[in-house]
Design a protein around this ligand. Structure first.
Ligand code: NZQ
Ligand code: ZN
Length: 392
């Protein structure tokens, strides 16, 4: 096991009707002037926004609102939020929604105290030292941003989609998580969210650091549980227990508990971010096509963890041929994503008929380097081969 530090200060308030506590939570974390951030309107339609505002008003908190954050959130909305923040002078940010809304709020949080352009932080030109505090009301289990120190934004001019990781600054102070709020999700969003959280677990599981048994067993247990619950929720979207398990899984899949002490991978994500930046597809659905291809490639080049996954999670019997078992595991996951989650299996099913693989691959290596050093060393030819496999 490698050395690590783990700072995860988020207070999770989980269960039915917990959104009524949001005003009290804001006060506990020092908020008096709150900027609420939300998306395209689902929280208005469900009445959640009104309930949140009532809870804040009851505590005497003053609010302003930034609405219209889109999935795969963009720099222009962050700048709109920064202008509003300069005017309103909030002391706290409250995203009500999913990863896109939370990540936009986190970008505003670091940009607020910075004289330059917030994007400098995302491209490594500057390092943030201060951020407005953020609290979350989560409506979709997927990105795990409610417990992570990360934010992912797309620059609309260059179509670079990239993340900033600052756990000491960006892990939310609290996250309110009511599984009932997720019952209004369309099946596609529920399934994409599950695909994303499974990918978050696999990015940590695909590691060559030896003997991280705790991380491996946690990851395998989470995957087994999520697959069972996913089958239930796809049949019955109103199954509260399944929704609850999935919601909590989305958080621990990405708050680092199962990656501590080892080197992580994250190159399926890097490859997917090129797809969603260029074609604006749903992130989790993009992962559903990339991850199986990535695992199939790994089964030929570094099969040991994929074979372990196949044996312990995907029901593949140990044949003594590690490479073949890994391949069977990758195919089993691909079939499961399609049969149970009804996720696409290739670019065409994802809605991209003629993807510009060359463009995505060039951007990927421009952003991440000539060779991606993760679970495998991937040069441009290797990642191109993986992208090509997604054509099939
Ligand atoms: O905009 P509204 O109208 O609210 O609709 C949203 C949106 O269209 C809808 N939705 C959310 N909750 C709902 C609901 N519809 C009905 N009922 C509800 N309860 O769902 C759609 C997707 O929302 P979004 O916030 O985009 O989803 P998600 O949480 O999957 O976030 C995706 C973004 O997070 C990034 C992704 O790349 C993508 O940009 N990620 C962020 C990470 C992080 N910060 O740690 C890590 C991830 O790997 C990921 O990259
Ligand atoms: Zn993700």
């Amino acid at each position: 096991m490698n050395n690590f530090t783990f700072y995860s200060p988020t207070e999770f308030v989980f269960g039915r009707e917990t959104e009524t506590q949001v005003g009290r939570l804001c006060i506990r974390y020092g908020a008096r002037r709150v900027m609420i951030v939300y998306g395209g309107g689902s929280v208005v339609r469900s009445g959640l926004l009104d309930r949140v505002k009532d809870s804040l008003t009851r505590e005497g908190i003053v609010c302003c609102e930034l609405s219209g954050v889109q999935p795969n959130p963009v720099d222009t909305k962050v700048r709109e939020g920064l202008a509003l923040a300069q005017e309103f002078q909030p002391d706290f940010l409250l995203p009500v929604g999913g990863g896109s809304v939370i990540d936009t709020a986190k970008a505003i949080a670091v940009g607020y105290y910075y004289e330059g352009d917030f994007w400098d932080f995302y491209i490594g030109k500057a390092k943030p030292h201060q951020a407005l505090p953020v609290g979350v009301v989560l409506t979709i289990p997927a990105a795990g941003s409610e417990g992570s120190g990360n934010t992912v934004i797309t620059d609309t001019r260059t179509k670079v989609k990239t993340g900033l990781r600052e756990p000491m600054l960006l892990r939310p102070r609290f996250a309110v998580m009511n599984p009932e709020l997720t019952m209004t999700l369309p099946a596609w969003q529920t399934a994409s969210g599950i695909s994303d959280m499974m990918a978050h677990i696999l990015e940590r599981y695909l590691s060559n650091t030896p003997d991280v048994q705790i991380g491996d067993r946690l990851a395998e247990g989470m995957l087994l549980a999520i697959m069972e619950m996913a089958a239930r929720v796809m049949k019955d979207p109103l199954d509260y227990e399944a929704r609850a398990n999935i919601m909590w899984c989305g958080t621990i899949a990405h708050n680092d508990t199962c990656s501590l002490g080892r080197k992580e991978d994250w190159f399926s994500h890097a490859m997917e971010h090129e797809v969603s930046a260029e074609y604006d597809v749903t992130h989790g659905a993009g992962l559903a096509v990339i991850v199986p291809a990535f695992l199939l490639y790994a089964s030929r080049h570094n099969p040991h963890k994929v074979a372990q996954l196949a044996h312990r999670v995907l029901g593949i019997a140990d044949s003594g041929d590690m490479e073949e078992d890994a391949r069977q595991g990758a195919l089993a996951l691909k079939a499961w994503l399609h049969d149970v989650l009804r996720m696409p299996v290739n670019f065409s099913q994802l809605g991209i008929q003629a993807p510009d693989l060359e463009l995505m691959n060039t951007r990927l290596h421009k952003l991440k380097g000539e060779v991606l050093h993760g679970y495998m060393d991937l040069d441009a030819a290797a990642t191109m081969e993986i992208y090509r496999m997604v054509m099939e």
